[in-house]
Design a protein around this ligand. Structure first.
Ligand code: PDD
Length: 274
């Protein structure tokens, strides 16, 4: 397997970085996950704009133009498969461990391509549990510093669920690695963008498809009470697309089957990405 590291295409086994890399020492970096269906990068411009926003949030210069990024990713892709690019940029390798931004060093840039693994929950639905969101106030930046997300996801797995639906007080934010949608009284609702959620690209595509196809939808606060009362709950991400939640905290959601609005939206999404 060939990966990209700081300008070179090399074997994964040969891709090495210093233990002084600030990504390793501090989690000082950001990342992107960009799906590529049969070799076509999906909504690349939106992903690269979010990359720029993440870099701006951590005060790191973008080392490449949009065209350069596309040129970097293309040799990693296999046109016969559904894959995703994982891109990580850290503040680089400093001469010593010091919290302050180092001067006169360049970033570490790493990209690899992986196959999108089939996820059975996408078709049959998953179980989810609600968990108190213990993350920080910079959730809009796609930081590599994912310890809280990992602990939340593992908490969910340990409870026999596949995803954690996070909340701050009474307000639902997002999943441990996904955005959240509900259908309540026939209306599709997802929380508005802000510092408490990652602005998901899948989320934006769903809102666009809902608008273009006359499905009632809005960006609005979701309370735990509304989550519990929802006819349908979905979690969305680039690698799993739109996943119906059929059980929340061991209680059936709706009929306990993927719902009709999910069926409709998933069909629209599959047609759109093809
Ligand atoms: N995660 N919220 C969080 C916290 C996420 O980690 C993700 C995706 C999303 C969905 O964003 P998008 O639709 O752009 O993939 C929302 C990626 C897939 C990951 O960390 O692997």
């Amino acid at each position: 397997k060939t990966v990209y590291l700081n300008g070179d295409y090399i074997a994964l086994a040969d891709a090495k970085i210093s233990v002084l890399d600030r990504g390793f020492l501090f989690g000082d970096g950001i990342y992107e996950v960009i799906p590529a269906y049969k070799g076509r990068l999906f909504h690349l411009d939106a992903h690269l704009q979010r990359l720029q926003d993440s870099l701006t949030a951590i005060r790191l210069a973008n080392p490449h133009t949009f065209d350069e990024w596309r040129a970097i990713f293309t040799p990693l892709l296999d046109a016969s498969k559904d894959q995703y690019i994982y891109l990580q940029i850290t503040r680089g390798v400093a001469p010593k461990r010091d919290h302050a931004f180092p001067e006169h060093i360049g970033p570490t840039v790493f990209a690899m391509c992986s196959d999108i693994a089939p996820f059975p929950g996408k078709v049959i639905g998953i179980k989810a549990v609600t968990i108190d969101d213990k993350r920080w106030q910079l959730c809009n930046a796609k930081a590599i510093t994912l310890l809280a997300n990992i602990l939340h996801r593992q908490d969910a797995l340990d409870q026999g669920a596949a995803e954690a639906i996070l909340h701050r007080g009474e307000v639902v934010t997002e999943g441990a690695a996904s955005n959240v949608f509900i259908v309540l009284n026939g209306v599709l609702i997802t929380p508005p963008k802000g510092p408490d959620i990652l602005p998901g690209i899948t989320r934006d595509v769903i809102l666009m498809l809902a608008q273009n196809n006359g499905l009632a939808c809005k960006e609005d606060t979701i309370t735990l009470a509304q989550l519990n009362a929802a006819e349908e709950i979905w979690v969305t991400s680039s690698t799993r697309e739109i996943v119906p939640v059929i059980e929340l905290n061991q209680t059936l959601v709706g009929t306990g089957q993927p719902g009709p609005v999910w069926q409709r939206m998933d069909a629209l999404f599959q047609a759109y990405k093809a």
